[in-house]
Design a protein around this ligand. Structure first.
Ligand code: UD2
Ligand code: MN
Length: 340
């Protein structure tokens, strides 16, 4: 932004100089050997314009840094699900959010810029509740952020891992994010102190969920909400593309992290709390019977199954008010070319 302003400034000053030179030429009165009034008037106008431009750029550069720990956050949150809530109502609550679901704090320069990736198909009601809670939650943390919803086209079996890869690739085309949150659509954070920033190691944020009685179901559990830097994602070759249907892809990710000699960071158990909107298993996301076999050879597969063999067809990218909606054809377990 600062660079843009500087370039614009230089350009404007050059244009003004050109105009002044031209005026100089035309305003010289050869008979009286005097410069006419227009010349001095134009100088006065140019000075005023310059002052205004400087004031604007000064104001922009002057925004102080946001504090590393936001003063706007509280502690535990009381999560409610208002009946009949619709997206229009949520939009009306968030006029400061720019199209595409991006936001920067209005009064300070954010320390962290994060992308949220939500794998999605046919869960509009959950998405409405998530956005209703997540936007104010992220704003209280004074983050610069953008929310990307990655929607799998067609009715073929769902593939969460592959959608997360697509989300990562597409999000990085927008900005060099510090941190990417991979976020199930049905999980609502219940504590303001659950900071949406990355750690030294890949972070598993949804450590305590109501569905598991606020305990970890097993030690290496990595499902729900996780946060990785772009470097972490690249290092583990992203996520597996080969898990079609429910289950296993989260454990595969945990294996990749371990194989790359990284640990898993977690918030304290009383902070990484989430409510999961209760739901039945979706049609098209049945339990994957191959998941155990896939997991067994995760060690052999991770280097060829991930970002480096990712193929998809981007069908549309829409800047909705509260999120960027990316619809993709990720094909089938047999390859691409199903929905064209
Ligand atoms: C668990 C994990 C999840 C993932 C999954 C196994 C939790 C809270 N989460 O979720 O991270 O590892 O097991 O694959 O334990 N989705 C759609 N439409 C569909 C199907 C899935 O949008 O038709 C998305 C949505 O973001 C959803 C996520 O995929 O939250 C995971 O699917 P789920 O919620 O049906 O599975 P769940 O709750 O057992
Ligand atoms: Mn769920």
């Amino acid at each position: 932004m600062a660079l843009m302003t500087e370039r614009t400034l230089v350009l404007l000053i050059c244009v003004q100089l050109l105009v002044l030179v031209l005026l100089y030429q035309v305003s010289y009165d050869h008979e009286t050997a005097h410069y006419e009034n227009t010349f001095w008037k134009s100088i006065a106008i140019a000075t005023k314009i310059n002052k205004a431009i400087r004031a604007v750029s000064h104001y922009k550069q002057k925004l102080p840094d946001c504090p590393r720990t936001s003063q706007l956050t509280g502690g535990p949150l009381n999560i409610s699900f208002p009946l009949w809530l619709n997206m229009k109502q949520v939009e009306q609550k968030h006029l400061l959010v720019r199209r595409g679901g991006s936001y920067s704090p209005p009064n300070c320069t954010a320390t962290y810029k994060i992308a949220i990736i939500i794998p999605h198909r046919n869960r509009m009601e959950h998405l409405t509740y998530l956005l209703y809670h997540l936007h104010p939650f992220l704003q209280r943390q004074q983050l610069k952020y953008r929310i990307f919803v990655i929607e799998q086209a067609g009715n073929y079996t769902f593939n969460r891992g592959k959608l997360l890869n697509v989300g990562f690739k597409e999000a990085m085309k927008h900005e060099n994010w510090d941190c990417i949150f991979f976020h199930d659509v049905d999980l609502i954070p219940e504590d303001d102190r659950n900071t949406y920033i990355c750690d030294l190691f890949p972070k598993h944020a949804s450590i305590a969920m109501d569905k598991f009685k606020y305990r970890l179901p097993y030690k290496h559990f990595f499902g729900g909400v996780s946060a990785l830097t772009p470097e972490h994602v690249e290092k583990i070759n992203g996520f597996p593309n080969s898990y079609w249907g429910w289950g296993g892809e989260d454990d595969d990710i945990a294996t990749r992290i371990k194989l790359n000699k990284m640990l898993v960071a977690r918030p304290p158990i009383h902070i990484g709390r989430y409510k999961m909107i209760s739901h039945k298993r979706d049609k098209g996301n049945e339990k994957n019977p191959e998941r155990f076999q896939l997991l067994k050879n995760a060690t052999l597969r991770w280097e060829e199954d991930g970002l480096n063999n990712l193929e998809y067809i981007l069908l549309s990218k829409k800047n909705n008010h509260l999120y960027t909606n990316i619809t993709v054809d990720i094909g089938t377990s047999k390859g691409l070319q199903l929905y064209r």
